[in-house]
Write a protein that binds this ligand. Structure first.
Ligand code: A2P
Length: 275
């Protein structure tokens, strides 16, 4: 369901706080009762590195509630895209899920985050492990030419409870294979591995189980993880971050940061977003 009609809530007299951009929603698409994406205008001066996040809010209170959102588009995009969960009674998302084209959206000026190429040492293969809306930062990473300069192959895994929740990732992969900038590289070197845990699909099971059992490597016909050559990014719920991180640490992967690049990075900012 695509909505592009201007809304009555648009551009109020809201006094925009210092350090905040006031932008307009351009389009909204609802995937399921729990998931939607929106695009908004991009401030001309706004720059970000692929994989970073910003704080997003709405002009609906004197002190707006802000939540961390990964920027889910390439750094050259003229608009900004975000992928969101709808948390019932969530301070931000109970309102954000109702936005329509033309509505005002607030965005703090400074992007930040650890899911960036700069926080990883050079390597051969890049593994991007995501669950749910944790795929959002990777929507930016897999469309960045630097990713294909730095790594020979990229494996994006996306695990959700149900099949309908995999749609965003599948749409993203199709767009990337067709991308004018990285399409050719992606067709040869990017693989999407989608799995479900509470409904039957081509591959079922948590990513942690699929890594432990080695099924992912069998399915894709690739070598098991090797900390001397492979680099990883992880984005999902607190539990998923914790379990995937310990699994990698058991395989001698070291956690990196912007200041101290290493073998894998995780982002804690969105875990339990909007509760
Ligand atoms: P499961 O259905 O077995 O809980 P959520 O919507 O709760 O964030 O879950 C999104 C996906 O992440 C689900 O497929 C869920 O599997 C999976 N998941 C939840 N916790 C973990 C974890 N600790 N490790 C790996 N995957 C997880």
């Amino acid at each position: 369901m695509e909505s592009r009609a201007p809304s009555t809530l648009s551009m109020t007299e809201f006094p925009v706080p210092k350090g905040v951009f006031a932008e307009a929603a351009v389009s909204v698409h609802h995937y399921t009762q729990k998931l939607f994406k929106f695009r908004m205008t991009r401030p001309r001066s706004f720059r970000f590195r692929s994989g970073e996040f910003v704080m997003i809010g709405l002009p609906n209170a004197a002190k707006p509630v802000f939540r961390a959102y990964s920027i889910a588009c390439p750094s050259w995009d003229e608009e900004l895209e975000f992928y969101s969960i709808k948390v019932p009674n969530g301070p931000l998302t109970q309102h954000l899920q109702k936005i329509k084209a033309g509505d005002m959206i607030l965005m703090r000026r400074k992007p930040t985050g650890t899911l960036v190429n700069d926080a990883l040492l050079p390597g051969r293969r890049l593994f991007l492990f995501s669950t749910g809306t944790g795929i959002a930062p990777f929507a930016s990473i897999i469309r960045d030419p630097e990713t294909y300069e730095k790594f020979e192959t990229v494996v994006l895994t996306h695990t959700c409870r149900e099949v309908a929740e995999l749609a965003y990732g599948q749409e993203l992969a199709a767009l990337t294979y067709d991308d004018p900038l990285v399409g050719e590289e992606a067709q040869d070197r990017l693989t999407l591995y989608s799995t479900t845990t509470r409904e039957a699909s081509a591959v079922t099971g948590r990513i942690t189980h699929l890594l432990n059992s080695g099924k992912i490597f069998e399915d894709l016909g690739i070598e098991p993880l090797d900390s001397t050559k492979d680099r990883c990014m992880i984005c999902g719920s607190m539990g998923m971050l914790h379990d995937t991180k310990s699994l990698l640490q058991d395989m001698c992967f070291n956690e990196g940061s912007n200041r101290d690049p290493a073998d894998f990075v995780i982002e804690r900012a969105f875990a339990e977003n909007d509760s």
